[in-house]
Design a protein around this ligand. Sequence first.
Ligand code: 13P
Length: 344
Amino acid sequence: MNLSELHKVAEAMVAPGRGILAVDESTATISKRFDALGVKPTPDNRRDYREMLFRSTEAMSKYVSGVILYDETIRQNAKDGTPLVKLIEKAGSIPGIKVDKGTKPLPSCPGEVITEGLDGLGERLAEYRGLGARFAKWRAVIDVGQEHGLPSYTCVNANAHALARYAALCQDENIVPIVEPEVLMDGDHDIDRCVEVTTWVLKETFQELFYNRVALEGMVLKPNMAVPGKKSPKRASVEEVAEKTLSVLKACVPAAVPGIAFLSGGQSDEEATAHLDAINRIGPLPWRVSFSYGRALQAAPQKTWSGKPENVAAAQRAFGHRAMMNGLASLGQWKADLERKAAA
Ligand code: 13P
């Protein structure tokens, strides 16, 4: 392991004013999104869509520090034959790769899942590094099912252990692991229940990272924010989300971790930006705090594009706008009226 290289890459992933674009949807997930827009889910359409984002040169070079790719995309060439990885590097952004193989039901734990993909991971990481990846992602999924007493210890512990095994394998191949334990916002639980479960999950994750000898200086944490479940009647203000999220993170995340890059998890575009901004307005923080958004960066450009070449310029503008808003939020410099002005 070359810890100074890992540390340098981790710092670059959370460089001031920049964050990560997560375009690592599996073929099944992106097909669902394309279906909703009436776009055929073909390899060429997936390539054209993602190429359009990577060619948004200003957004990429100013606000996007890194891009999480899917196995298909890291092997694809742009229409003109340039590898997509090269387009990303040319824009000054770092290519990364999703390496988990998705979730499977966790035996004896009804309603819970375990993320798979550890078998042969060392070899896959070596190949991905050869293809240009400098960081990786593994997502663990924890469901808060208040009425059924979820999550179980089995689920929290098994997923934390898998995350730590993955992270150790990444560092062994000189790839920075993004460690993503996602507590879902599905359900009707309130923000305090989210705080409770997120605290438990992060404590367990850092314990397993320690037991697996993962160097915290060479990783990036990708957590959920503390938010109420989508169906909770008790909504939380932007300030409450920011304060509660930070108090969980301060209690659980050692200062040796260079950066925290949140997932958006189903928040609206503007909520994800406003929450990130409010968190960064509470300072000073021991780590850099930024974004690693999928839906909150892509929903607007995807809809604007809708598979039509004549919409590419407008879709790139929509992407550039969201990237800029989140870049500002990562510095605590976003203002709601910037959104209104753009809409006007
Ligand atoms: P969302 O921001 O859409 O939650 O996606 C981020 C991600 O990479 C989930 O693994």
